[in-house]
Design a protein around this ligand. Sequence first.
Ligand SMILES: [Zn+2]
Length: 333
Amino acid sequence: MNPFRMFLFPILLLVFTGGGIYAQGRIATPLSAAGFSKLTSNKEICSFIRQCDTLSHLVTASFYPLENGLEIPVVSISRPENKERCLRILFIAQQHGNEPAGMEAMLNLIAAFAADGDHEILNGIELMVIPQCNPWGGDHHRRRNKEGTDLNRDHLLIRAGETAIIQSVFRTFNPEMTVDFHEYYPYGSAWEEFGYRRDFDIQLGGLTNLNTSDEFQRLFKSYALPFVKNHLDRHGFSFFEYTLGDFPAGERLRHSTVDINDGRQSFGITGTFSLIVEGRNGKDSLYHLEKDRKANTRQRWHCFSLPRYTGIRSGKKWRVSVTRINNPLQVLH
Ligand SMILES: [Zn+2]
């Protein structure tokens, strides 16, 4: 594989910039068309994505049927006229059906590309998006799929049809970077009683399994975390490295699981720079819509959404070069 450069920071901008830029977008997602009054169903997601595919040559959709009759949409966003191989990035969202924010944000992102005709960032990257990995869970506001499998603990045995589709897309697309979008539950009194607060708007996790690249772990700590923190600070969102564990009960405090059976680590052990986003959840899937609408619901959705890639356009040299020649990875900067 030829060496190539990885535009890490503009890509993180893509994930984390919001600030209402896209509020001017011309294609309304089902969520915004409904006035943020209801979450988007699997049927509405697929219908919306088919429309985006029709509208734009940048957007190409595929649909993978499940035994339960629903479909997993997979959306390619790229410039067909690109001659050279671009950096490949895979976004996946809503493996846990009761964590819909990432899915809604991915629809925003797809809409923005479909609406705007062309985007400079697509000169350098190629995106693949699975906005809803768990359609049944999404439609029923349940964490697991219809058969009771936690998809984000199924990437080793791959028992669920949904997980098989995610892994198949990953292997075929062969991305250099993945981002897996989740939400976390900040409520409960134990942390507070212990004297700690854990209610960050956004948490970001990197690779933690010991079989993943040290270089990528350093890249995450040294560059990705401070970059995202500064960016979210400027936009008024609180942020921390993804941290969990029943600390007050004496359990080990940790930066997410280290097991290889979740999506992030399973991608990471193959030499992919993989991140997990944990947005602050409500008390249930609909909480934001019912309780937070007047506050910052829109900003919250947009926090995951699409910017104008100011990092690239302003010519900032926030670039990190990564060479992947089989394994191990070599990070140059
Ligand atoms: Zn989750």
